[in-house]
Design a protein around this ligand. Sequence first.
Ligand code: ZN
Length: 433
Amino acid sequence: MDDRVKAIAERISEKVVGYRRDFHRYAEVGWTEFRTASLVARRLLELGYDVEAGRGVIREADRMGVPSHDVLEACWRRAREQGGDVEFLDLMRGGFTGVVASCGDAQGKTVGMRFDMDALEVTEADGAEHPPAREGFASVNHGVMHACGHDVHTAIGLGVAEILREVGDSLRGRVKLIFQPAEEGVRGARSMVGAGVLDDVDFLLGLHVYSRWKTGQIAWGMNGGFATSKFDAELRGSPAHAGSAPHEGNNALLAAATAVLNLHAIPRHRAGASRINVGRLTAGTGRNVVSPTAHLVVETRGATTTVNDFMYEQAVRVLESAAAMHGCTLEIREMGAAQSADSDPELAERVSAVGMRLGGFTPRDSAPTGGSEDFTYMMTRVQSRGGLATHMGVGARTGGAGHHTSDFDIDEEVISLAMALLASTTLDLLDSS
Ligand SMILES: [Zn+2]
């Protein structure tokens, strides 16, 4: 069966590379992946999957960092102009850009796979040394770029879907393909977990491409991503004439300044590394006005969910106290979050056995990246129900430009490798369970 899967992967790889280039050209940021997600849904339906999209797979209350109504609408209209699927676009309007496709025998076990679809607010390089520009598929959406490879992930997902349909007679269980919005800023996964998408998954596979690892280098089970909380804090006081009535004001700028210094003074936690960063502070109106408002953009991180929870709770306490000190009110808005989660070694070993059989992979250790990944919400849900999950990293190096930079690129050879790996692993897991 491995040979058959590999042959199909090779046969369809040119078409799947075409999908990747199309998604790359029409890059969309988190919660605005209307065109991408609607075309994904259409393709999965054509392949014969049961497809759910929109509110059925995205729990509204669990979405984080959603753009404003006006931005969502403008992006929705753009998607329609750029060839999005009209029927699915309607289901996704308002930022419900998730898709779940399933097929197979519900009596058996379920293998779930997650593919993220969003791009970043990065302006793409336009020089001839940048392959997407040279080959004519650089982003036409100015200031938005697939600079983390999620276009590649989405294309791989469609490729896996096609392979599994072709060998579908031998499926001894169920396959569930999960296309997630808004991974950047760790904003999207929780809403799909909240919608119950993971509740029937026994084995969960996730994969990220890395531009700085040699093509085919692979970490079968990544561990140690930071748990993180992203939030905005709004302090509101009251304005007053700074000369004639300073005692009548409540100074939000001072409250914010007090908070910033003390946020960075939260004690360390013995259970592991922690981080805090106030990335932006804006406050005030004029030179002679007691500042009535202040806005802080903050994130905390922790080596474990416990450490991050500690950092977050302390941060809230500092902000509340600083607000109280200056007679201001405080509003905190959650903008993103991820947990820490470890891959199950047992499942990572199963995948590695398949990968080594297929060939083309060189194992490597998964050094912690210092980053965060909201796939951990999905892993934790599956693991808490007794299932197994693993998150893989796969190298795909061309020029070696870093993630989230304007000349980032991915070696497209990885597409066929990853499609074969995920499809063969699915068959392997269902065969023996
Ligand atoms: Zn990424």
